[in-house]
Design a protein. Structure first.
Length: 129
């Protein structure tokens, strides 16, 4: 007569079979590195785009979502160029443009708050800017 395994016993045997092998942990570590290196920056960019296109009241939240997108792009570019050993020169250029973009955004935000009194999108008129 055939012995039928109870379901948790089958899971226990599978658990002991796979998790006690060192190659499983090495493959899992490689998979986690791939996920962190390639999927995390793309997730950051898409999440920033999602916040950017959603309806927001304040200009400051829109500018912060743009900075979040740039941060994801910087991480992606850093990982990609690190493979080819080009990361130093392009990292400096990218950070320089990022700082200039951030300073420009904050300058626009300050000038809009001085002219309009707040940073609500509903209170902006094209003729006043």
């Amino acid at each position: 007569m055939k012995k039928f395994y109870f379901f948790p016993e089958v899971l226990k045997k599978c658990f002991y079979f796979w998790f006690t092998r060192p190659m499983f942990w090495i493959k899992l570590l490689k998979l986690m590195i791939i996920l962190f290196n390639w999927i995390l920056p793309l997730f950051l960019c898409f999440r920033g785009i999602l916040v950017f296109v959603s309806s927001r009241k304040h200009l400051l939240s829109t500018l912060l979502s743009l900075e979040f997108i740039v941060l994801g792009l910087f991480l992606f570019l850093f990982i990609y160029l690190n493979i080819f050993n080009y990361e130093r020169f392009f990292r400096i250029i990218f950070l320089t443009f990022r700082v200039c973009e951030g300073a420009l955004g904050l300058g626009i935000l300050v000038s809009i708050i001085r002219t309009h009194g707040n940073d609500y999108f509903n209170s902006f008129r094209i003729l006043q800017c």
